[in-house]
Ligand binder design. Structure first.
Ligand code: TXA
Ligand code: MG
Length: 338
């Protein structure tokens, strides 16, 4: 199969909507990461997503909608879910709510709940409107690889496996949406993202964060969000995270680099002077830029032939929590404290 890349203009959106309505899968831009979309109410189309990604069938998908009205046709919304939608939609927030019977089992991996999100990317909104569909879409990477934040990444992973990628440029946020369980009285963050626990608490009064957001699951422990069971976001080169006072972190990373051929360092711009003479990748000026760049840099490190990636830990507050969640998983929890 040849994979076509179409600009996300009016003609491209009409073509992509036709493909979705015909039961095909399409690479779609969102403000977080690229998705691999299909008609959420067509089980055969959704099955094609799992096949193209090589995704385990026990990992449920996010269903993308235009907003609250469309969400209400798919799930029983709690007052909490509605207040979070009013505050953060359209945007990088996914809400887990009890599903209605119209939602096929394959979308939710048999769970009684469904994950819903209204994306803000104008091309994705135009596609939702043009197609009239709810669009199920996981990130458009091969399962386990870093999420795609540019159309080139989707093509690198899925070229030949899907008919079409809608090119909406690089993704603004760069990390996947915050996933929040909104079935109870209090919001519970299952996967941190750009909508932070602090922002959610400002709306809901309080916000819980699943402990599994920042540590590996224990043997036999059930995952609140099935995606947390699987290794994620991993570049080919092994990644090590180093945590501690800046001077000691730099000394430790320099030592590790001296021991291992082909190591490279991934840090914020302001930390580059501590690593002069080494191969470095800059995460940019602040956490927002770091989020925007992280997955692209992990791919670049692989392309550059990097044999090991050494990254400084970031503060686990605000957007830092989401960044550290992704880094820790990319490192398979190889986190060294100094
Ligand atoms: O930003 C995003 O969320 C992107 C774009 C394309 O919207 N999508 C994305 O999808 O990251 P994916 O499939 O890579 O991640 C979906 C996450 C997984 O961790 C999955 O386990 C969780 O959402 N999830 C989906 N349905 C769930 C449910 N009913 N209960 C708990 N977790 C659920
Ligand atoms: Mg994913």
């Amino acid at each position: 199969m040849e994979t076509r890349r179409l600009p996300a203009d009016q003609a491209g959106i009409i073509k992509a909507a036709q493909a979705l309505k015909a039961g095909q899968v399409v690479g779609v831009p969102t403000e977080t990461v690229y998705g691999l979309g299909a008609d959420a109410l067509n089980p055969r189309a959704v099955a094609a997503i799992f096949e193209a990604k090589g995704r385990p069938a026990d990992n449920p998908l996010i269903v993308h909608v235009l907003g609250k009205a469309q969400a209400q046709a798919l799930a029983a919304l709690t007052p909490l879910a509605i207040s979070l939608m009013d505050a953060f939609w359209p945007g990088p927030l996914t809400l887990v709510a009890p599903r209605l019977p119209v939602v096929p089992d394959i979308v939710t991996a048999g769970l009684p709940t469904v994950a819903l999100r209204a994306p803000s990317h104008p091309a994705m909104r135009a596609l939702l409107l043009e197609s009239g569909l709810a669009i199920a879409a996981p990130s458009a990477n091969r399962s386990g690889a870093p999420s795609p934040t540019a159309p080139e990444h989707v093509l690198a992973d899925l070229s030949g496996l899907i008919p079409l990628v809608l090119d909406g440029g690089p993704c603004e946020v760069g990390l996947e949406s915050t996933v929040v369980d909104a079935t109870g009285a209090l919001p519970l963050v299952l996967r941190p993202g750009a909508v932070t626990p602090e922002m959610i608490a400002a709306v809901a009064g309080d916000c819980l964060v699943a402990p599994s957001a920042m540590r590996p699951l224990k043997e036999g422990e059930a995952a609140l969000s099935p995606g947390l069971r699987h290794r994620h976001y991993a570049p080919k080169a092994p990644l090590t995270l180093v945590k501690g006072p800046p001077d000691r972190v730099a000394a430790h990373i320099r030592r590790l680099c001296a021991q291992e051929e082909g190591a490279c360092v991934l840090v914020l711009e302001e930390r580059l002077p501590a690593y002069q003479g080494l191969s470095t990748f800059s995460l940019g000026q602040d956490l927002g830029q770091a989020a925007h760049r992280l997955f692209a840099l992990l791919r670049q490190a692989d392309e550059a032939g990097c044999k090991r990636i050494l990254a400084e830990a970031l503060p686990e507050e605000g957007l830092g929590l989401a960044l550290m969640n992704r880094l820790a998983r990319a490192a398979d929890f190889d986190i060294q404290s100094v």
